[in-house]
Design a protein around this ligand. Structure first.
Ligand code: ASP
Ligand code: MG
Length: 418
């Protein structure tokens, strides 16, 4: 049994859906469970709908129309014909959405979010399933909410592994092809839940774990895991193999490789993960497994923007002591400010932070009465895993470096954004 996961970009239009089927036919696996994500950027569109509903806006139709038209265009371009049952299915789902919005009297944003945003995953897999059926690709469409059982912490639901394992083993026919949704599940009351944005990779990991899959393939719009983000670097190279640990390490520093949450169930059972291109069946992609050395062993670059470097010292030039540091971290925790790097010297304590919740001013207000605080905003933090002198030189060229830190495998630089 293998697990495939196709992301939203792979099925963002009719050409994508055709390519999806062509890939399945070329790969020709008889025993496979396929997770397909919401089409294109539809998760965002449904999120916009929920926001508008929550803010009592009157233009809900605008968002509904956008989503409806997007899917209708794909269906039309897939030549289903005027009387295809997929059109009725689409209509029914949109009636369910409108009904829900009309009748709902809950004020729990996260609950409403899960009931609405989940529809994008259901529509996507219904369309893909109808297309496969039309071309006689035998498979079973599965409502994943019957399998992935979670608590009721909407938008960040945690998996109940015991019931989920049982449900998956009960419901998935491991001798054929199953097509299902990612990212969504259901709680004890039968209400829909979601596992957090980008959750469908995690769904693939959950199925792999529960079915003791042979391997998982995540199909992406890049050839695999690259040593740098092609939007930031002119030259990038494919990483051929990497360990779970290295992938987790890279995600920690900010690489958008594979989420540690996805890797964790795979690592526990030693199930290999392949990250590969959805455009090229023959591409080898990146192989992620246990205890592997990174191949090729080249520097990997990770960029984090919008960083702030603060340096904190005592007003009387005293040492910054443990109780000071403990107090500072208390504030950071309170204001949900992320710390990406720490450097300590005799009289000052430097932190590279990320203020994702706009709480920086409040933090300053807490620090200023007791400490001397200096800071620099709009900086970029570069992390190089497996650095060498050449990579360091390349990165430092033409840049104003404010701070540098090195350990055996990892170098970090904070520079002024250019
Ligand atoms: N469609 C969801 C999202 O975009 C889940 C996923 O694609 O992983 O976050
Ligand atoms: Mg998606």
């Amino acid at each position: 049994m293998e697990i495939f996961k196709f992301g939203g970009a792979s099925v963002k239009d009719a050409t994508g859906v055709r390519n999806f089927m062509a890939m399945l036919q070329k790969l020709d696996k008889k025993e496979v469970l396929i997770v397909v994500s919401a089409m294109g950027k539809m998760t965002n569109t449904f999120e916009d709908l929920v926001k508008a509903y929550h803010q009592n806006e009157t233009n809900l139709e605008k968002h509904l129309d956008k989503a409806r038209l997007f899917h209708l265009t794909i269906i039309e371009n897939l030549d289903f014909g005027q009387n295809a049952s997929i059109l009725d299915e689409l209509k029914t789902i949109f009636i369910e959405i409108s009904d829900f919005l009309q009748k709902n009297n809950s004020t729990d944003y996260d609950y409403i979010y899960d009931q609405i945003v989940s529809k994008a995953e259901l529509i996507s897999t219904r369309i893909c399933s109808a297309y496969l059926a039309k071309h006689r690709v035998k498979h079973q469409w599965l409502d994943v909410r019957k399998c992935i059982k979670t608590d009721s912490d909407y938008r960040r639901a945690r998996v109940d592994w015991e019931t989920t394992t049982k449900a998956i083993q009960d419901k998935v026919d491991t001798s054929g092809i199953t097509l299902t949704q990612g990212f969504i599940g259901s709680d004890n009351y039968g209400r829909t839940t979601t596992l957090g944005r980008e959750g469908s990779d995690y769904t693939a990991g959950i199925f792999a774990f529960c079915l003791d899959a042979e391997k998982v393939s995540i199909f992406k719009d890049v050839p695999g895991v690259l040593n740098a983000d092609p939007r930031e670097f002119e030259e990038t190279h494919l990483i051929e193999q990497i360990s779970y640990k290295e992938a987790i390490e890279m995600a920690f520093y900010g690489a958008s490789v594979i989420h540690p949450k996805t890797l964790q169930p795979l690592q526990r059972k030693g199930i290999p993960l392949l990250v590969r291109s959805f455009l090229d069946v023959n591409s080898k992609g990146t192989y992620v497994g246990s205890e592997l050395d990174i191949v090729p062993k080249i520097p990997c670059f990770i960029v984090k923007k919008h960083q702030i470097l603060i340096s904190i010292s005592d007003k009387e030039f005293q040492f910054v002591m443990e109780h000071d540091i403990s107090e500072i971290f208390g504030f950071l925790h309170q204001y949900k400010i992320k710390v990406n790097l720490i450097q300590n010297s005799a009289i000052s304590f430097s932190l590279c932070i990320e203020d994702n919740f706009n709480n920086f001013e409040q933090l300053m207000a807490k620090l200023k009465p007791n400490y001397k605080v200096k800071y620099n905003e709009n900086l970029t933090l570069y992390t190089i895993r497996h650095f060498d002198e050449e990579a360091m030189r390349l990165l430092e060229r033409d840049k104003e470096v404010l701070l540098k830190q090195r350990s055996r495998e990892t170098a970090q630089l904070i520079v002024k954004a250019t």
